[in-house]
Design a protein around this ligand. Structure first.
Ligand code: ADP
Ligand code: MG
Length: 387
């Protein structure tokens, strides 16, 4: 412990000295912003040598972090718990998720990106800072100074202002460069598709708060939409169904567990789950047994709404690209695509073969990771998109 802190002090002193030498250099050899920026740039570059470059999937439900050369190192729910009055951050990630629906009144648990927009900037920034720090702390005698290059996957419904805010949050959290990438593009890259080819790619990413549908060709999104109907809506649909049919009030985490354990969108072998909640008539606890066909019935309108958006996007797609998509199929990613049978429903509605990407929950972060290995790809994508 003592050795570790002594090391840390020497290390910080050395960095401080280097910083002073460099800023002296900046002052002596010229005045004005450019020189200063040059010296800060060199400093960041030097510190960058000690940093891990990271890719972050800032999802509405889950945040994943990829470290260059290591792969996925963090996989946590996008939840922040904090003191309602002082706004002090109390927990981030799975420990905060455990507090959802259970915390005392003084603690508020927020999902800062719940609807695919950054509804709570401070919480988003706190989350980013926490993970950037965590990546640089893990198991080292000499602490690393976080000046990483960061590639961030964000929902495509995020506005220009929010986009700038996230980039700023990343810089505040220590990033020396922050590149933003829309989730459908990141998901397509992560699914191993060649987004630069002139052949059309149809990608659907069903997350927690948003479903993103996009047709990609020549490194850009040709047609795309982001809707706020996804996994969370499915949970709510289950809660509403149980409330109406059994007068039973379920918590959202329970509804999500039921969806993941017995949820389906086609008629398959019947499965059952016992759930506990509060009886609305007596106000007392009650447990009931739910079947997978009941969950299918509860989820049908939500699934149909997502499918309708897929069909509408397909109708807007230029015919040349439709021909490619007919051949290559629709690719699905995101946690929502794990709902058994959803690809069959999409195939039936669109008459286009539909496939689930390998490990759909990690496509976006793997896409960000690939971009880190080859930043020129990001420039090529950006140029085409004119961002
Ligand atoms: P985001 O990118 O918005 O963070 P994810 O891609 O991580 O979202 O997906 C999270 C969503 O996927 C949650 O709503 C979760 O309930 C849902 N999900 C995860 N596994 C399953 C499953 N097996 N069946 C249905 N939904 C699932
Ligand atoms: Mg996602």
């Amino acid at each position: 412990m003592v050795v570790k802190s002594t090391f840390a002090i020497y290390y910080k002193l050395a960095i401080l000295a280097a910083n002073m030498v460099l800023s002296n250099f900046g002052q002596r050899f010229g005045r004005g912003g450019f020189r200063k920026r040059l010296s800060r740039f060199s400093m960041n570059k030097i510190l960058g040598l000690f940093s891990h470059d990271i890719g972050i999937d800032l999802g509405t439900a889950n945040t994943l972090v990829w470290v260059r050369g290591k792969g996925i190192v963090i996989r946590e729910p996008s939840v922040v718990a904090r003191h309602r009055k002082t706004k002090e951050i109390l927990a981030i990630g799975s420990s905060a998720k455990k507090m959802l629906g259970r915390a005392p009144a003084i603690i508020e648990t927020v999902r800062p990106l719940r609807n695919g927009v950054i509804s709570d900037f401070d919480a988003t920034a706190a989350m980013l800072t926490h993970y950037v720090k965590k990546v640089h702390e893990s198991g080292r005698v000499i602490p690393r100074i976080p000046r990483p290059k960061v590639v961030l996957g964000i929902p495509s419904g995020v506005t220009e202002v929010e986009r700038r805010a996230v980039a700023e949050a990343a810089v505040t959290s220590g990033a020396r460069e922050a590149h933003l990438l829309e989730e459908p593009m990141a998901a397509a890259i992560g699914a191993g598709l060649n987004v630069e080819s002139p052949e059309g790619i149809f990608i659907v990413d069903i997350g927690g708060g948003t479903s993103e549908v996009a047709v990609i060709s020549l490194g850009g999104v040709v047609v795309g939409r982001s809707i706020r109907i996804a996994g969370d809506e499915m949970n709510e649909a289950i809660m509403n169904y149980v409330r109406l049919k059994y007068s039973l009030l379920l918590g959202e985490p329970t509804a999500e567990d039921v969806k993941i354990s017995i949820g389906t969108s086609t008629s398959s072998k019947e499965k059952f789950a016992v759930v506990r909640g509060r009886d609305l008539e007596t106000g007392l606890p009650k447990s009931i047994k739910l079947s997978s066909s009941e969950i299918r019935e509860a989820l049908a309108p939500t699934v149909q709404e997502i499918v309708r958006n897929i069909v509408d996007t397909l109708e807007e797609t230029p015919p040349e690209l439709v021909a490619d998509i007919m051949q290559r199929g629709i690719i699905m990613a995101g946690g929502g695509s794990l709902l058994p049978g959803i690809e069959a429903v999409v195939t039936e509605a669109t008459k286009v073969p539909t496939f689930i990407a390998d490990d759909p929950l990690t496509c976006v972060v793997r896409g960000c990771g690939r971009i880190l290995e080859d930043l020129s790809l990001l420039t090529r994508i950006r140029t085409t998109r004119g961002m």
